[in-house]
Design a binder for this molecule. Structure first.
Ligand SMILES: Nc1ncnc2c1ncn2[C@@H]1O[C@H](COP(=O)(O)OP(=O)(O)OP(=O)(O)O)[C@@H](O)[C@H]1O
Length: 263
């Protein structure tokens, strides 16, 4: 079944009041943001989607897939739910090489693994400043390398049409490119973030308050431009981090940022 959209039917906030946003539809290829202060219910919203809640969680929300209540099998079996989750605390635990893992994953999805390893690694290496080699053991990957590989793996191999991302701001990867890659593969991407680079590259964002969906903000063209500029600053910070990591010295010339002034 192709998942074209998910619909979140509003329930109640922490105080038992009806959510201001009664209905929220997110479509394939869309990047949707979730923002709000600590404790406002961001993770809870993502968790309702992950579980395909049907009025059976504290918020009483209901999640429809392509306008319908998903069947029980899809709700009960995590493999059938086809929802991928990424967070900055995730790491690989398996004792195998990157190549072995990717081949195994591709095979388990019934894909022809030829060329897959190189494709995933190439995409992952576009997201991290520290190139991954296919004979690296998964357990020695740095945080940034792990997250890059996870994003590329979800984009190419995993058939999960819904990707839920919980705060990847400090994941040490090119976040802008990572989201673009996932959305470009026709996935529904929902991202919890307070990082303007990510929040402003979404098409819309829901503002959470007291456990409820309070407001939906459409991203303006100007905000998208701001996001683009911030992303350039971000890549530049990442490149300086790499220089420091590799024992290079920085000088004042390194902090001249043509991207900021837009020249
Ligand atoms: N609609 C709701 N009804 C009842 N309880 C809720 C609701 N939304 C959130 N909660 C509860 O409120 C607490 C905080 O919610 P949550 O962890 O989702 O917030 P958060 O915005 O993700 O916070 P943080 O930014 O600190 O991670 C949790 O215990 C959660 O179960």
């Amino acid at each position: 079944m192709n998942i074209e959209e998910i619909k979140i039917m509003g329930g109640f906030n922490k105080f038992g009041e009806s959510e201001k946003v009664k209905e929220l539809v997110v479509k394939r290829g869309e990047i949707f943001g979730v923002v709000g202060p600590t404790g406002s219910g961001k993770s809870n919203l993502i968790s309702d989607i992950e579980q395909l809640a049907q009025g059976d969680t504290p918020s009483n929300r209901k999640i429809l897939v392509n306008g319908n209540v998903p069947d029980t099998e899809m709700r009960r079996d995590p493999r059938k739910r086809r929802i991928a989750q990424l967070s900055q605390n995730m790491n690989f635990l398996a004792d195998m090489t990157v190549e072995e893992f990717l081949i195994m994953h591709a095979k388990s999805r019934g894909m022809n693994s030829e060329g897959i390893v190189d494709k995933v690694i190439k995409l992952a290496n576009n997201l991290t400043g520290e190139p991954i080699e296919k004979d690296y053991n998964l357990t020695i990957l740095s945080g940034g390398q792990s997250r890059s590989l996870m994003v590329a793996d979800v984009a190419v191999i995993s058939d999960s049409p819904i990707v839920l991302i919980d705060e990847i701001e400090n994941a040490g990867i090119k976040k802008h490119e990572a989201l673009e890659l996932l959305a470009g593969c026709g996935k529904i991407v929902m991202v919890i973030t307070h990082d303007p680079v990510l929040a402003l590259m979404t098409t819309r964002r829901v503002v959470m308050r007291n456990g409820g969906m309070n407001e939906i903000i459409e991203t303006t063209e100007e905000e998208k431009e701001v996001s683009q500029r911030l992303s350039e600053i971000d890549s530049w910070m990442l490149s300086m981090r790499e220089k420091v990591r590799h024992g290079e010295k920085l000088n004042l010339k390194d902090i001249e940022t043509p991207a900021v002034s837009g020249n």
